[in-house]
Write a protein that binds this ligand. Structure first.
Ligand code: ZN
Length: 210
């Protein structure tokens, strides 16, 4: 089912028009090394044949991992809200290369991305309380720590003073229990991201007020 295609790319350095050979469907069963190529971002790396400039190019593609029953779709058009239905696989739709890579890393580590998105919002609040004025550009999952007892997150800030945060499995479990019920209600969506987590947290908060 792997589909090869090509797309035109204009080099940002020398403006030469080139062709990027891409594949828009990856099945881990057919391409065993695909995870490594996604983690290294090789499948998104375009090299200009004229000047040698290398850039990352996002394009619509689907990743299927039958072992975990997961399907991740990268949809680059942010306004494309076509609802994709699949009952066979646990589907996630993402909008950027970083989010695509992160979802696959979470599947590999058997970490629930819903807990991760909820934790990121809590981390944002905590970070902003501790460092007023610090602007967070993104928080990304960075794998488990060396002894496998914590999940590591990288906080990318505007002033480039980037930080690490650790999420222990105790806290992970407590988030899971605390928001489990609210998260279930929001399960109908395949876009588990920051907006989703804010919705769940607001819902939990308003439920507690009743
Ligand atoms: Zn070039």
């Amino acid at each position: 089912m792997t589909k090869d295609k090509s797309m035109p790319v204009c080099c940002p350095a020398c403006l030469e028009e080139g062709t990027f050979r891409i594949c828009d469907f990856w099945d881990t069963a057919d391409t065993p090394d695909i995870k490594e190529r996604i983690f290294s971002r090789d499948i998104f790396r375009y090299r200009c044949s004229e000047c040698g400039e290398e850039i990352l190019v996002a394009y619509d593609c689907t990743y299927l991992d039958r072992d975990s029953g997961s399907m991740i779709m990268l949809v680059t058009d942010k306004s494309d809200d076509t609802i994709i239905e699949t009952t066979e696989y646990n589907l996630r739709v993402v909008r950027s290369i970083n989010d695509f890579v992160e979802k696959i890393a979470l599947i590999e580590d058997n970490v629930d991305d819903r807990i991760v998105e909820l934790y990121k919002i809590m981390l944002e609040d905590q970070f902003e309380d501790e460092r007023p004025g610090a602007k967070i550009l993104g928080i990304y999952y960075g794998g488990k720590d060396e002894d496998g007892k914590n999940l590591v997150f990288f906080i990318i800030t505007e002033n480039a003073q980037n930080c690490r945060a650790m999420l222990s499995f105790d806290v992970y479990d407590s988030i899971s229990r605390q928001f489990g019920e609210s998260a279930e209600k929001f399960d109908a969506t395949s876009e588990i991201n920051r907006d989703w987590a804010i919705g769940v947290l607001q819902n939990t908060f308003s439920d507690n007020q009743k």
